[in-house]
Design a protein around this ligand. Structure first.
Ligand SMILES: [Zn+2]
Ligand SMILES: [Zn+2]
Length: 330
């Protein structure tokens, strides 16, 4: 099969031919239809996350159809369309798993990081961690739901019942969260790179009532903010525009250092928290919610062999919505 492989962090991915993997017990073999590109893929490729499996096939927003099932591979049957998210395996027995927090599992393994992912024609996945994909979504439009959507949804939950919601970095995740937030009756304020008029217009098109650059002060105080951009300086910036009692949620897996800031910014029961990974419950909830909103994902398609170009476009902030590798759409 064709695959894009990371030999070493910092190097471009390499197009290779490798054998189609065989599903072990509990796994399904999937024919990959589409795989969305996540900022986390960039962090893996750029070496900002430690110790990836090497060589590695990245990609953790996979839409595929079951080609073959291993022994005891659960309820999925050949031909079913399923999604594979970032959370690829948990031990099911650590203190986190046993308390409903498998996203924090001490021994978790992640797709496209410790497990080969979806930048390939085929992949295998533990069927217990796969989701059914809502019928109303095409392969390409479904793929970004699997991380941009899921993590965005989890982040939005941690924003509590905030009515005035700030979104820093208007990329794949924010463009989904904005739709869910508006659907829930919240007011969205979008922050982009300075001068990125196109992203600001995109945010307004999706229901943001205000859009500006992250250096700007919004027209009124916000109740919460979610930071999707991997820029630590946005933490004090966001704290500076939220009201007392508000939360700043850091949604990314990696961020540059957060500069020191005056305690005044945190005072007034403001809080800062991160969001780590997902639980399967998050996945089931969000994939049920998305068609109800309905969330419409905007995607920029790339061929599998153009994965480096897709990563480059994401790095440069040139993707409107989500970049998706089109492998073999059904
Ligand atoms: Zn665990
Ligand atoms: Zn992701």
């Amino acid at each position: 099969m064709r695959a894009m492989i990371l030999d070493a962090p910092g190097e471009p991915l390499r197009a290779v031919e490798v054998p189609v993997p065989e599903p072990d017990a509990g796994q399904v073999l999937l024919r990959v239809r589409a795989c969305a590109v996540c900022r986390t893929d960039l962090h893996v490729v750029d070496g900002e996350l430690p110790d990836p499996k090497l060589p590695l096939i990245p990609g953790h927003q996979i839409v595929g159809t079951v080609e073959k099932t291993g022994e005891d591979a659960g309820s999925f049957a050949v031909g079913d369309r399923v999604g594979v998210p970032w959370l690829g395996w948990t031990d099911g027995e650590c203190r986190y798993c046993l308390s409903g927090r498998e996203n924090l599992c001490e021994n978790a393994r992640f797709t496209g990081y410790q497990i080969d992912g979806g930048y390939a024609e085929y992949t295998v996945a533990d069927s217990r961690f796969c989701f059914s994909i809502p019928d109303s979504y095409h392969d390409l439009q479904a793929a970004p739901l699997l991380c941009a959507g899921l993590i965005g949804h989890r982040s939005l939950r941690f924003a509590g019942d905030a009515e005035r919601l700030g979104l820093y970095g208007f990329g794949a995740s924010a463009h989904i969260v904005a739709q869910v937030a508006v659907h829930e009756g919240r007011r969205v304020f979008a922050f982009t790179r300075q001068g990125d008029e196109e992203a600001q217009q995109f945010a307004r098109d999706l229901g943001a009532e205000w859009a500006g650059s992250s250096e700007q002060t919004p027209p009124e105080e916000l109740d919460a903010a979610i930071i999707f951009a991997p820029i630590g300086a946005l933490v004090p910036a966001a704290l500076g525009v939220i009201a007392r009692g508000g939360t700043v949620v850091c949604a990314g897996i990696h961020m540059s250092d957060i500069p020191s800031f005056s305690y005044d910014l945190l005072w007034g029961e403001r809080s800062v928290r991160s969001v780590a990974n997902l639980t399967r419950q998050d996945g089931r909830e969000f994939l049920a919610l998305a068609p109800e909103v309905p969330v419409r994902t905007e995607v920029v398609p790339f061929a599998l062999e153009a994965a480096n170009e897709a990563l480059g476009a994401l790095r440069g902030g040139r993707v409107r919505g989500a970049a998706v590798l089109v492998v073999d759409p059904s």
